[in-house]
Design a protein. Structure first.
Length: 314
């Protein structure tokens, strides 16, 4: 007669395994905090179900029969597999719970992070977030000081205390109104932009340290407006105050709707601006923070494809 495991009571198996380990029903009962008679009753029930003797009983304890040894070996494997399953479930649970502290630039939040947090939260709704909108330098300071778990910036210099886990090269260009004389060009030169009233981020702004130094050439070409806010630059463009030198990120909605135009700048000495995802270099991230950082890194190729329309063609 065949016996299905599901027909064997789990309590009986637990009492059997405890007795096999202890070599005594009385000692097993002490471990299980039950009466010895309860242990004996469950083992008798198990032997009846399986129609086989599992222990040889003696005055000083019990010994496994051949059938008992076979059953015990399977139970040990079952216990190991169950422990592994519980460990994996615990790991999955930890990935889906927790709190992640994020520091980001305003434009990155608008055109990348907000949508990705929505996708991430759909899979891990129990993870909560705190978001600080800062300039690039302040973001790196926060990551280095362990005040935040994940930082997103536009390519400031490396620092030894932080680690760049992913990056994406950005197109750099000029954002202007559609009726600007240069708006129909497919690309601009460095010299042409320097003749315009430039609206540019200062040294603490996304990608600003590199772009600022190149565009101002040691301040011989002082910008018309300097700002540490990408939003303010776009607002100034919208009233015709000048041309903002920046990446499309943060302005993508306005550009897609035709409110403004982005023309890439071609120049060998123009710096490469990259969107970077940062974590601390040595401190171990929480499960939630590590999972989010990896999720955001995996999402960068999708952002890259959206930016292709504003890259220099050919």
């Amino acid at each position: 007669m065949a016996h299905s495991f599901v027909h064997v009571h789990i309590v009986a198996l637990r009492y059997f395994a405890a007795t096999a380990r202890a070599g005594s029903m009385r000692q097993a009962a002490e471990v299980l905090s039950v009466a010895p008679s309860a242990v004996n009753r469950q083992i008798l029930k198990l032997e009846e179900q399986l129609q086989v003797k599992l222990f040889d009983r003696a005055n000083n304890g019990v010994e496994l029969t051949s059938a008992g040894e076979t059953l015990y070996s399977y139970i040990k494997n079952l216990e190991r597999d169950l422990d592994k399953a519980i460990e994996q479930i615990d790991a999955m649970r930890m990935l889906r719970k927790g709190h992640v502290r994020i520091a980001t630039e305003d434009g990155i939040l608008r055109d990348f992070l907000s949508a990705e947090l929505a996708r991430f939260s759909a899979a891990s709704p129990s993870i909560t977030f705190s978001i600080s909108v800062l300039g690039a330098t302040a973001i790196l300071d926060a990551v280095a000081a362990n005040d935040v778990d994940v930082g997103l910036t536009m390519g400031p210099p490396y620092r030894s205390e932080i680690r760049r886990i992913a990056s994406l090269e950005m197109p750099t260009g000029a954002v202007m109104l559609p009726d600007h004389p240069l708006a129909q060009r497919d690309r601009l030169t460095f010299a042409e932009i320097n003749r315009e009233r430039m609206l540019i981020g200062d040294l603490g702004y996304g990608g600003g340290a590199h772009t600022y130094n190149v565009m101002t050439e040691g301040r011989r070409h002082r910008p018309f407006v300097e700002s540490n806010s990408s939003d303010s630059l776009l607002d100034l463009v919208s009233v015709g105050l000048g041309v903002a030198v920046r990446t499309p990120v943060g302005a993508m909605k306005r550009l897609a709707e035709g409110e403004m135009v982005f023309v890439p700048i071609e120049a060998s000495k123009m710096p490469t601006v990259t969107l970077c995802i940062w974590t601390h270099a040595t401190r171990t991230s929480s499960h939630a923070a590590a999972n989010l950082a990896a999720f955001l890194a995996d999402a960068l190729p999708m952002l890259s494809s959206k930016l292709d329309r504003w890259r220099i063609k050919g």
